[in-house]
Design a protein around this ligand. Structure first.
Ligand code: PEP
Length: 258
């Protein structure tokens, strides 16, 4: 059975005191959840990683970053390396978020380099894939998924793949309040899983987690989690408040898959 994974992407929100308050509140609300049943990941901005790391130390909450560069060190002004994320205690890193693809020239090639670098550093990549509204309306959803998955996972073997989480995030549903229906999400998740069978093998594909992302909230998480190929969620807006994120995580934890 795949372990549920819920990650909060705090994007460019929260000062250090705000991040400490939010992570402390979540720790208080969620401490009873069994980490063998559900993984909870917080992805603050770089500036707050260190403080949040301290708050969640020895708790059932893990730390993630929102991006990283693929080199361990060098003259790359403004970048943060896998070695640095390791140093600070990151277990996960989001790679290829649509906002990075859209505003910061992230390409499948750079996503692939970052995924490989994260794996080499022992950090689990959450690799984001998904179509824009125009692409969906042009019936290009599966073509975009092929492109993101096949190129993002290029030259990665099945053993490594077990440490990768895929996040299916339809761009039209991110921060818009529009969620894919559970059936729309399941259709693409199932497509991704079948693609993973072709790239790796059936056992690997069955073991890999695929999160859904795009306006996930406490009131839609259960129906999304009830879909057979939805293994968790990558959450933006609803992860910024103690009440909404803890409620959402608790609800996801109630859904037990066969
Ligand atoms: C995201 O940032 O990955 C995201 C899905 O955002 P939101 O939940 O706000 O749509």
């Amino acid at each position: 059975m795949r372990k549920t994974i819920i990650a909060g992407n705090w994007k460019m929100y929260k000062t250090i005191p705000e991040a400490i308050e939010l992570s402390n509140g979540l720790k208080r609300e969620l401490f009873k959840l069994d980490k063998d049943a559900i993984e909870i990941v917080l992805c603050p901005a770089y500036t707050a990683l260190s403080e949040v790391a301290e708050v969640v130390l020895e708790s059932n909450i893990q730390l993630g970053a929102q991006d990283m560069y693929w080199q361990d060190e060098g003259a790359f002004t403004g970048e943060v390396s896998p070695k640095m994320l390791n140093d600070i205690g990151c277990a996960f890193v989001i790679i290829g978020h649509s906002e990075r693809r859209l505003y910061f020239n992230e390409t499948n090639e750079t996503v692939n380099k970052k995924v490989k670098a994260a794996l080499s550093a022992g950090i689990k990549p959450i690799m984001c894939v998904g179509e824009t509204l125009a692409q969906r309306e042009n019936n290009e959803t599966f073509k975009v998924i092929d492109d993101h998955i096949l190129n993002g996972l290029k030259d990665i073997n099945a053993t490594e793949a077990l440490n990768i989480v895929i996040a299916y995030e339809p761009v039209w549903a991110i921060g818009t309040g529009k969620t894919a229906t559970p059936l729309q999400a399941q259709e693409v998740h199932q497509y991704i899983r079948n693609l993973l069978v072709k790239v790796f093998d059936r056992d690997t594909a069955d073991a890999m987690r695929i999160q859904y992302g795009g306006s996930v909230k406490p009131d839609n998480i259960i129906e999304l989690m009830n879909q057979p190929d939805v293994d968790g969620a990558l959450v933006g807006g609803a992860s910024l408040k103690i009440d909404s994120f803890s409620d959402l995580v608790k609800k996801a934890n109630q859904v037990r898959k066969k």
